[in-house]
Design a protein around this ligand. Structure first.
Ligand code: ADP
Length: 165
């Protein structure tokens, strides 16, 4: 059975991430979305929230599951019997960073391949950080994230109540 992991911080998951996950699920028997455990200084959503958004977004993908990782990506892959790491490439600006990660992962474990999927042109401008920046202005983000994420961003940035994810 072919198995891949798709690691990232997903703060929050976007339709760009989802497009990559859907395509990975067609290439591999099983795909595990690996959500980075750490809460970054400027993270908008905590781990449980980020996981809940992904679970909602991938509910239609029967061969997709979600897990959390905190240490080395290659160790997480090995632990789950996956021999591929999925990463998305939007533009040449992603390349340098992604190449560094892929190269160090190859050095750490030669048996695990990084598989790059090119972003669909309609998704290539979408990033979690751009969603947060635009969301902070109150401008429209409909269609760039799932309705659940859109609602949560509005609540987090402009609502009075804490979200309940
Ligand atoms: P990280 O925090 O590891 O940089 P992200 O959570 O931002 O990761 O994204 C995880 C992966 O998804 C990365 O490989 C990133 O390049 C890719 N990705 C993010 N947004 C898109 C998009 N719109 N289209 C294709 N790939 C994307």
């Amino acid at each position: 059975m072919s198995k891949a992991i798709y690691p990232g911080s997903f703060d929050p998951v976007t339709v760009g991430h989802l497009h990559i996950a859907e395509r990975a699920c067609r290439l591999f028997d099983q795909v595990i979305i690996a959500v980075a455990d750490q809460n970054y200084k400027n993270s908008l959503f905590d781990l449980e929230e980020r996981k809940a958004f992904i679970a909602d977004a991938v509910a239609h993908l029967p061969n997709c599951s979600i897990d959390v990782y905190s240490a080395l990506t290659v160790d997480f892959a090995k632990k789950h019997g996956a021999n591929a790491i999925i990463r998305g490439l939007r533009a040449i600006s992603d390349y340098e960073y992604e190449m560094q990660i892929a190269t160090i992962n190859k050095y750490l474990d030669d048996s695990i391949e990084t598989v790059f999927l090119l972003s669909g042109p309609e998704y290539s401008f979408i990033s979690s950080s751009m969603i947060k920046q635009v969301g902070r202005t109150g401008a429209k983000i409909t269609g760039l994230v799932t309705p659940m994420v859109e609602e949560a961003i509005k609540n987090r940035l402009f609502g009075t109540s804490e979200s309940s994810f």
